[in-house]
Design a protein around this ligand. Sequence first.
Ligand code: PMP
Ligand code: GLN
Length: 386
Amino acid sequence: MPTFLSNISSKLPDATTSIFAVMSKMAHEEQAINLSQGYPDFPSSPQLIELVTKAMREGYNQYAPMPGIFSLRGVIADKILSLYGAEYNPETEITITAGATQAIYTIITAMVQTGDEVVIFAPAYDCYDPAVRINGGKTVEIELKAPDFKIDWQLVKASLSERTKMIIINTPHNPTGTVMSKDDMKQLEDLVKNTDIVVLSDEVYEHIVFDGEAHQSVARFPGLAERSFLVASFGKTFHNTGWKMGYCAGPAALMAEFRNVHQYNVFSVNHPVQRALATYMKSSENYLSLSEFFQQKRDLFLSAIEKSKFSFKPSKGTYFQLLEYKAISNDNDIELAKRWTKEKKIASIPISVFYKQGVDNKYLRFCFAKSDETLMRGAEILNKID
Ligand code: PMP
Ligand code: GLN
């Protein structure tokens, strides 16, 4: 349809379509095994689906309260207290959101003003930078160096300025599968002491941490908790990314600002799903079993590709595994991911898209939140690539 507007001034003039949309579409068109976008190919719990259906039948089909239903906020507060030892008041310090993406956008919109700087670590999940720019801010990118992708805290210190409004961390980390240690968190706690810097802690993979390690939530560190928004995603935890449900926790003063925006950009989120989650989350086994469940998948996938030409360090958290392909090809990772989707029938995510300057360290990301059968078929293809 032609438009009569001749001069649309884009707020994101450089934006391209998200890599997740591009690769999943291509995987579908090419009938390739889709290990690209991060979502399970197995069903969500039948009990949880039953609970949603029940809530709909019982009539919970109108708007939920603006911050979310109280019973769900209550079980979240209980969970944070028992896992991380921090008290969040469900009345004033927890809000239910339409997934982590909305929580992140809302936090950034509530906090970032024109000229503000936001520190991010690259490779960085793709929704942070555009949200900062739309709100008139600028991201300051700190590179995590391959192959360990560790945070260089000296570099972080040097990158802070009077304009630094926020630091965004993400542990376990998408796309590298690394986790922040207790020492990392303490370094961050020290760094922000006596500043007005707010921390956005993207913890959507909090329940997917491997090899017996404990998840280092900001909630465990008082000097961080007092200035942090903690972001979580039910989609990642309960195998239903399509429901787009999550939550945000933070101290009352920050949460008040969050809700000022939340009430106008979404007001409230899916009511029957909130009812179901409030019941389902009462059994902690439903989320505490996740690490073991995904560790088995990681191990199955990695042992199946042991003899392939890829090199890798086992993922420490998330359901993603980076594979380095230097021994196979020198091609640009975006081109290679697309070519292998078409020619080898396996889709992955190139990592260079998560850096502002498109740093290409020759890694592809593979999602192992898949049935064992899908993983074995994927491994078979990867083993044949040379
Ligand atoms: N942050 C990270 C690091 C993610 O991987 C994702 C994708 N689940 C999100 C945020 C967004 O989560 P949601 O699907 O709940 O919006
Ligand atoms: N978080 C998912 C991933 O990393 C994708 C979510 C999305 O498609 N925006 O693959």
